[in-house]
Design a binder for this molecule. Structure first.
Ligand code: AMP
Length: 283
């Protein structure tokens, strides 16, 4: 496994691989890696001769200074995990490499409603910062395929739109959500849950599962209401629970209104904000 800290050294290496006809898969992360991230590496390794994983805690996508400061940073352990997973290349730039003064980084994308709803309504500037860094990383790595998790469903949908807007040749691959044994979606932020809230946090996946089970019995409106009540445990505060068209992210009135339907939720568990989602229908 080779570790690069500068854009230039990384690009020299990747250009050599490309000259030899090797395909490149890319999984951007913010580190504090867990098996969810490693599933992206495994998916990329299955499709590409070289897998690149980046670790960069991008300051421009944090809407909350406390969250940025407390975001877990475990670089040594991350490198061990990536090496064990057979990742070929790791890119760990500092902020100056990603945002050098002499480069204007495109951030004029128009995501229509995609970045206004759900996370967009609660985390100001988050998606603009995310799109900026993903676009910059894609310009640096120029991968054949980009691997992202369904866990951040809205992020992935926005990146799909960004790839279209930049006429990118990179193929976007969605990897399923990896969960803890009790159903909680793996997240770097889970380690910050209090033991009591960690136990209760299974309510997110449980609620999503119950909504899916009741899909044919209740209206979407009733299901959303049911979910919000269910999520409202002591110390827990649901921000939203929405059943949306999985492409436009617009709310639907009936399950028959779209072919691809996803339920998405965000809940504060004490001081920690958790997100989760479940595909309800995909034909
Ligand atoms: P992050 O480091 O949180 O920015 O995540 C980096 C990538 O890993 C994103 O594409 C996430 O969607 C993906 N990811 C995070 N958690 C999971 C999970 N539990 N299952 C699958 N993918 C995940």
């Amino acid at each position: 496994m080779q570790v690069f800290k500068t854009v230039q050294a990384l690009q020299i290496h990747l250009n050599d691989l490309r000259k030899n006809g090797q395909q490149i898969g890319f999984a951007p992360t913010m580190g504090a890696l867990h098996s969810g991230h490693l599933s992206l590496i495994a998916a990329s390794k299955a499709d590409n001769a070289c897998t690149v994983c980046s670790i960069f805690v991008n300051p421009t996508q944090f809407d909350n200074a406390d969250d940025l400061e407390k975001y877990p940073r475990t670089t040594e352990r991350d490198l061990e995990l990536l090496s064990e997973a057979g990742c070929e290349v790791v890119f760990i730039p500092n902020a100056k490499e990603i945002y050098p003064e002499n480069i204007v980084i495109r951030n004029d994308f128009d995501f229509g409603e995609l970045d206004k709803v759900m996370e967009g309504a609660f985390r100001e500037g988050h998606f603009a910062g995310m799109a900026q860094v993903v676009n910059r990383l894609l310009e640096i790595v120029e991968p054949n395929r980009l691997y992202m998790g369904q866990k951040d469903f809205q992020q992935l949908t926005i990146v799909r739109s960004m790839l279209k807007q930049t006429n990118s040749k990179t193929e976007l691959v969605m990897c399923p959500i990896v969960r803890e044994a009790d159903g909680l979606a793996k997240s770097s932020r889970n380690v910050r849950l209090t033991p009591e809230n960690r136990q209760k946090a299974i309510v997110l996946s449980e609620t999503l599962r119950k909504v899916k089970e009741r899909l044919t019995e209740s209206s979407i409106q009733d299901l959303e209401q049911f979910a919000l009540v269910h999520l409202n445990l002591p110390n827990f505060r649901p921000e939203y629970f929405k059943v949306v068209d999985g492409i436009s992210l617009q709310e639907i009135e009936s399950i028959d209104d779209a072919d691809f339907v996803v339920a998405c939720t965000a809940v504060w568990a004490g001081e920690i904000r958790l997100i989760d989602n479940m595909i309800l229908k995909n034909n």
